[in-house]
Design a protein around this ligand. Structure first.
Ligand code: SF4
Length: 429
């Protein structure tokens, strides 16, 4: 019998207590009616997708499930249990599946965490960002450090062993010393995994209005948005030099504490790498369920509408839609015309990837991983040798000491990691 393919499932819960000032994720405040209606719609989508598209149970085994958001930990234990039951009923979920929920401090109780554990969640990803209360306040986070510590100890008490903590550098007003303190406080807790990203000022966020003129690090008291309590004006973003110091400090402090960097922004103790995120980076199929969720199945990338009302209305009608076949056993069989795909009214941005696009992705995503990419893996996947496609680029970047090319493996050097965006852009075809 042919071995089943691996599948990751992402579930989007788009609700938050309030919007953080830097956030451009698909999330918003919502009242109970909308939340309840959304969860019912989501369960319909789960059932419909499993029964009406590909033969998921026959062809795929679910290796990872990830509840992201938003703040999925706003959901009661029963809701998460119901969603996981609906998934298990219709998909073949491996007994060893990694099942993660994103959790914000101040939104869980020990009882809720016990219920999550019972439902089968075995990994928590806690959004802390900083151990400094002033920085948390500036970001518009709903919690302080004390609440985080409470959540963390409740999680341990509930028996969660595999915990990630999200941290952020380059926060307005943050200093190299305050960031160092955050890293030291967190490593002292010994979570199994730490994600450390730099703040990016995204368009359409309050921070963009406040800081878009400040990206040259000059002044920042001209915003029409009230400065946070305790501040007469918005503090500046850290200057470029401090930002670089923070970036390098992340690696040195975390490595010193026993964490290994396995992806540009992700560190873990050995054996606790996030399997769900790795599956994105190594090109495994994944199914995104819920408003705005992105999927990559059989070489087709698509996402659900990001309008929650369109999404809910379309899902509510799903029972009445006859079976559609919009996936193909082999990506080569997928027709160029993709109009047929949005029969249900909630899929959009449907994009069958060309071979060149898939090769680019293989390089972009694979090189984010410290272990790099395998030349043999490239050949097996694309039936072409990597040298034929990227020989000149690899030679150039290796000569510049940005890439290391040894035996079957190509990976970024430390210098290449520092300027990864520039290096990766070379792999565009
Ligand atoms: S908690 Fe996360 S998703 Fe929610 S508003 Fe803040 S950053 Fe955005």
């Amino acid at each position: 019998m042919e071995e089943k393919k691996k599948l990751g499932i992402y579930i989007h819960i788009p609700f938050c207590v309030k919007k953080c000032l830097y956030c451009d994720f698909l999330s918003d405040k919502a009242d109970r009616d909308v939340t309840d209606r959304y969860i019912e719609a989501l369960k319909k989508e789960i059932g419909y997708t499993a029964l009406n598209s590909i033969d998921f149970k026959g062809q795929f085994v679910v290796k990872t499930i990830f509840f992201g958001g938003g703040t999925p930990s706003l959901m009661d234990g029963e809701v998460i249990t119901d969603i996981l039951d609906a998934i298990r009923e219709r998909f073949d979920v491996s007994n060893e599946a990694e099942i993660t929920i994103e959790c914000n401090p101040g939104t869980v109780t020990k009882q809720k965490l016990d219920q999550y554990k019972k439902a089968g969640i075995n990994r928590l990803s806690i959004g802390l960002q900083s151990a400094n209360d002033d920085e948390l306040k500036l970001l518009g986070r709903i919690h302080d450090y004390r609440q985080f510590l409470e959540t963390y100890s409740q999680a341990k008490e509930a028996g969660f062993e595999n915990i990630n903590i999200d941290l952020m550098s380059a926060i307005p007003g943050q200093t190299v010393d305050s960031y160092k303190e955050t890293l030291e406080k967190i490593t002292a807790l010994s979570p199994k995994h730490i994600s450390a990203y730099s703040l990016i000022i995204e368009p359409d966020t309050p921070f963009y209005e406040i800081y878009s003129d400040d990206l040259s690090h000059s002044c920042c008291d001209t915003s029409g948005i009230n400065s946070p309590a305790g501040y007469s004006k918005w503090p500046s973003l850290p200057d470029e030099d401090s930002e670089r110091q923070m970036y390098h400090m992340t690696k040195s402090i975390l490595e010193e504490a026993g964490y290994h960097r396995y992806e540009i922004s992700n560190y873990s103790l050995k054996g606790y790498e996030c399997r769900h995120n790795i599956s994105y980076w190594n090109g495994t199929d994944y199914l995104g369920l819920g408003v705005g969720a992105a999927s990559y199945m059989n070489g087709i990338r698509y996402s659900n509408t990001s309008d929650i009302y369109t999404y809910m209305k379309a899902c509510e009608k799903l029972d009445n839609i006859p079976t559609s076949e919009y996936f193909f056993d082999d990506e080569e069989d997928a027709p160029d015309d993709t109009d047929y795909l949005n029969k249900e009214g909630y899929h959009e941005a449907i994009q069958p990837l060309s071979k060149n696009e898939r090769m680019e992705e293989f390089m972009f995503l694979g090189l984010r991983m410290m272990e790099g990419i395998s030349k043999k893996g490239f050949k097996e996947r694309f039936n072409t040798s990597i040298e034929d496609v990227y020989g000149d680029v690899i030679k150039k970047l290796t000569d510049q000491k940005l890439l290391e090319d040894s035996g079957d493996i190509i990976k970024l050097t430390d210098r290449g990691i520092d300027v990864s965006n520039v290096v990766l852009a070379n792999f565009l075809l």
